[in-house]
Design a protein. Structure first.
Length: 260
């Protein structure tokens, strides 16, 4: 199993419509993007961690799926700490580096906000089946079927690309051309994978056209609908976003980005 593959299961979270998962994560993201403050982000993050045990991921799966978010948040916070807008007392100044009270506070807010936005999105996406997502986007959101099905076909080929990359490595090693020049070998192998992917894409497009894709109104093998459990998840997202904004405003920490 790769990191990109969905996690299957029989829990309630696995039966929730992918559109509802997208809506819940989008509501939280929009609310947190509107302000740069540590209070709203910390409140949202605390509520999210209280809900994560019901997200259908074990502790190991959670770490394996979310480690890029933790690294990105740490790097983003470090950048803001060293080069953020200075204000208040100065603690370190060297060339372009300027660490002040304002940059420290802004760095903490940035880290918390990136985690509060990224973690629920990754956790919810981990239990989304690409085919069910395509069904929901086309039938509920009413996105164009040609675009949705084409994107689904491309996503399904990601696993094949990984297999092709490994096969190319083994083939080149068997011919004795993979023992040195790692950087040069990478670009040559990437070009070979590009050629292979273009050929596979052409064959896939021909096969879809031969089956009449896009020539008539499309029907769907699986009907996608929203149910009560989907509404519960969206409401939970709204509650998390509302609580974060309310506490931030009540404590006077709300810092609307349009006013900066």
């Amino acid at each position: 199993m790769t990191v990109l593959e969905p996690i299957a299961g029989e829990r309630v979270i696995h039966r929730i419509n992918p559109v509802a998962k997208l809506a819940a994560s989008a509501v939280i993201a929009v609310a947190l993007v509107l302000s740069i403050d540590w209070v709203s982000a910390s409140v949202a993050l605390a509520l999210e961690f209280a809900l994560f045990p019901w997200a259908g991921l074990s502790a190991r799966q959670f770490v394996r799926r979310t480690w890029p978010v933790w690294i990105a948040a740490a790097l983003g916070g470090l950048t803001i700490l060293l080069y953020g807008q200075p204000s208040g007392d100065t603690y370190l100044r060297f060339l372009l580096v300027h660490v002040t009270d304002g940059s420290i506070e802004l760095s903490i807010a940035t880290v918390l906000r990136m985690l509060a936005i990224g973690l629920p999105a990754i956790v919810l996406f981990a239990t989304i089946d690409p085919t069910e997502l395509a069904d929901g986007l086309a039938q509920i959101v009413r996105l164009p079927a040609r675009f949705v099905v084409g994107a689904l076909a491309g996503l399904r080929l990601v696993g094949l690309f990984i297999g092709d990359w490994r096969a190319l490595e083994l083939a080149r090693r068997a011919r004795g051309v993979a023992d040195h020049g790692r950087i040069r070998r990478f670009w040559g192998q990437a070009f070979a994978l590009l050629v292979l992917s273009i050929r596979r894409g052409s064959k896939l497009a021909t096969a879809m056209e031969a089956r009449g894709f896009g020539s008539a109104p499309r029907t769907w093998a699986r009907e996608s609908r929203l149910h009560g459990r989907d509404a519960v998840l969206i409401v939970l997202g709204l509650l998390v976003a509302s609580a974060a904004v309310s506490v931030s405003v009540a404590t006077g920490q709300w810092n609307f980005i349009a006013g900066r």
